[in-house]
Write a protein that binds this ligand. Structure first.
Ligand code: ADP
Ligand code: MG
Length: 684
């Protein structure tokens, strides 16, 4: 069988994998051999050196080689747990080796036989001892002498299984065919694919590993770059709708009760230029929470409708969609007809008909807008709010409702411009870098449980002044239902025991959309003084009179999420506060809290988030809507990212359609990436 075929054969054909194990692998996204060999180690165990017992020091994780002096002794201290120990002597000294295990399972050691013990040197009562991880007879088949991969595991698959499977796959395939063209390898001094794959799993030394890793980081970023570039090209080649009259935007701006900031004006100007360029707009507006992105979108929608087209806006939550609907009704009065389309609205048939026959000028909604049954008469402009909550595929699905209509995506999780320029290679970028006049920084405090009473006192003081408050509930776990239950109890307690003289409201994800709507309206109208909420208010919610937020279990949230949550206050001219409550003494938590209490700048915070968390999670769909990066760390690998970017431009200049056999595998990968983006057919 040719390598190509073999590498795409299902995981079940690997030695040692049956139906059952194959299903386990499928669960973690491994379907064929190619997926398996791309399942990279999380770290390595260096078993190359054997240390003499006299050289051991506390904290070392290493190998020692010695014959067994005394046989294993057992001390049981629980029904199903014993500690076993034996003494060894390698001529330079002796040490006690111990391990914990079930009494039923006894390792066999023979007195006098020489073993290699791999484990950790610990100190107990002032004596060095050796906590065993693994032992094997010291013969020529021993694993010692190698650097061993440590894979992230899943239930039912252990380290030894995975290592031996990986090794047998490596043995069974003579050569893994490279994805990158030879010219790209040469120019960037990259290790070839076959060698890099073998090195990343079973490196001979750490230099080897570094070179292999660099190659995979490059590959990952390079393919992402190429894919984004294609996406951009497809749209750049298309004809865009031209809106001849943009002066009507002025009319909208003049109707506002406030003066736009210069950053907002600049954003509108850039959008207007796009509207007249003859190319479809594909623009990202990045602006910190509270910088006033909604009004920019509204102005652009006004222009689209005035020019005879429909406009749509998609928001990630029902709460936010309903809020935008209300805001837009205020903006446009009865000049335009606006539809609210969410999963739960009633009279959907009539709405859909109205959208299809052009009765509605503007459609605001959730994911419901991109469902197949929604047809527009002449959609000319669509906006995705809080785009980081949607995948690239969803945002492209909205624009596909009308081929090559103008697209605006808005994000409040800003990232540094240099990075954004590369990562959102398919988008033009506008940054709203200032906030409306009169906004004050939010004072943020981090406290522990013991001063909760004082925190409530501080909240009361704000309520007495006529302000409103958010209390973000204790998170129970990653389960919306359990969090909902916790929030109900918490709200009851606050109402009864702490704030009996005020009205406490409750908002959680399990409530019916209509109930959520009612609560939000009552909060907005000031009928609810204090809103207890789960993270459903994380994005977009805008109630300028609310000026204080208490966040429980602050340690459970990432930096970007905390910043988003906090962004619910500080949206008016009132001095605003955020109280983070946590008992965690964990270093990473302390660092995050320190960042939160020292800055309000979303750009700084996201930079820090990136630094502290690495990129996997940070750039997952939830945060930025990009495919998750497996190897690259955008903070530490920024130089490789730049190289990949440059190389991408060069290659596309030389060979824009990626013709020729050298690029075959590369094209396959890009197409695969587009499957994830749910995008167009790019190579026809
Ligand atoms: P975000 O950028 O987080 O989406 P919004 O668009 O919700 O922010 O705006 C936040 C608040 O600021 C809203 O209450 C909005 O009415 C108000 N706002 C927007 N632009 C201005 C401005 N130029 N002057 C004063 N207030 C403004
Ligand atoms: Mg917003």
């Amino acid at each position: 069988m040719s390598e190509n075929k073999l590498i795409n054969s299902p995981i079940r054909f690997v030695k040692g994998v049956g139906e059952k194990r194959a299903a386990l692998f499928n669960k973690i996204g491994i379907f064929d051999i190619e997926d398996l060999v791309h399942y990279f180690p999380r770290e390595y165990e260096d078993r190359r050196h054997i240390f003499s017992i006299s050289a051991l020091a506390e904290g070392m994780t290493c190998c020692i080689k010695a014959p067994v002096l005394t046989m294993a002794a057992e001390r049981r201290f629980k029904y199903n747990l014993s500690v076993f120990s034996l003494a060894i002597d390698d001529g330079t000294g002796s040490i006690n080796v111990f391990w914990f295990s079930s009494p039923k399972y006894k390792r066999k050691f023979e007195r006098g036989t020489e073993y290699i013990f791999y484990g950790k040197v610990v100190s107990r009562n002032g004596w060095l001892q050796f906590e065993l991880i693994e032992a094997e007879v010291a013969n020529k088949n021993a694993k010692t002498g190698k650097i061993l991969p440590v894979y992230p595991l899943t239930k039912g698959i252990n380290q030894t299984n995975l290592r031996s499977m990986m090794a047998s796959v490596m043995d069974s395939i003579d050569r893994f065919e490279d994805v990158l063209p030879p010219s790209v390898l040469a120019k960037n001094n990259l290790m070839d694919y076959d060698k890099a794959l073998r090195c990343i799993h079973f490196p001979d030394d750490m230099d080897d590993f570094e070179a292999a890793r660099r190659r995979f980081v490059f590959e990952e970023l390079f393919i992402l770059q190429l894919s984004l570039n294609y996406m951009k090209d497809i749209r750049a080649d298309a004809d865009g709708i031209i809106f001849p009259d943009i002066s009507c935007g002025r009319e909208f701006v003049d109707s506002l009760p406030y003066e736009l900031t210069s950053a907002q004006k600049r954003a509108i100007r850039e959008i207007c230029d796009d509207f007249q360029s003859g190319k479809p707009m594909n623009r990202l507006v990045q602006g910190d929470v509270g910088s006033g992105k909604t009004v920019v979108a509204a102005c652009a929608m006004h222009i689209a409708v005035r020019n005879g087209y429909q406009a749509a806006l998609m928001a990630p939550t029902e709460i936010l969609a309903a809020q935008h609907y209300n805001t837009f009704q205020k903006f446009f009065g009865d000049k335009f007809k606006i539809a609210l389309l969410t999963g739960s609205v009633s009279g959907k048939k009539k709405l859909l008909d109205g959208i299809a026959n052009g009765e509605y000028d503007i459609v605001i909604g959730t994911h419901a807008i991109i469902e197949d049954n929604v047809e527009f008469k002449n959609l000319g402009f669509c906006v995705t709010d809080e785009q980081h909550r949607f995948g690239v595929s969803q945002r492209s699905k909205l624009s596909s409702k009308a081929e090559f209509c103008h697209v605006l995506v808005m994000s409040a999780t800003p990232i540094p411009r240099t990075l954004a320029l590369i990562l959102y290679g398919d988008l033009d970028i506008t940054i709203i870098d200032s906030k409306p006049a009169g906004r004050q920084d939010i004072d943020t405090f981090c406290v522990n449980d013991s001063v909760r009473g004082r925190a409530y006192g501080f909240v009361r003081k704000q309520l007495e002044e006529g302000r409103q408050a958010y209390v973000v509930c204790p998170l129970v776990e990653e389960s919306e239902s359990l969090d909902a239950v916790a929030s109900v109890q918490y709200a009851e307690k606050l109402q009864k025991d702490v704030f009996p003289e005020y009205t406490v409201g409750l908002l959680h994800g399990k409530m019916k959309p209509k109930e959520k709507d009612e609560v939000m309206t009552r909060f907005k109208n000031g009928e609810i003084n204090l809103l207890v909420s789960t993270t459903v208010i994380e994005v977009g919610v805008d109630v300028p009179n609310a000026n204080i937020m208490v966040i429980e279990n602050a340690e459970r949230f990432g930096l970007s999420q905390l910043h988003q949550l906090r962004g619910r206050v500080g949206r008016g001219n009132f001095k605003s506060y955020c109280v983070l409550i946590t008992n965690s003494q964990n270093d990473a938590t302390k660092q995050r809290m320190q960042v939160m209490t020292s800055t309000n700048d979303g750009f700084k915070i996201s930079q820090k988030d990136l630094e502290l968390r690495g990129c996997g999670e940070f750039f997952g769909t939830r945060q930025h809507g990009l495919p998750e990066l497996k190897v690259a760390n955008l903070f530490t690998d920024i130089d490789i990212l730049k190289d990949a970017q440059t190389q991408c431009e060069e290659l596309l200049q030389e060979n824009p359609h990626l013709y020729g056999p050298d690029c075959e595998r590369l094209k396959e990968r890009i197409t695969h990436m587009f499957d994830k983006f749910d995008g167009a057919d790019i190579f026809n």
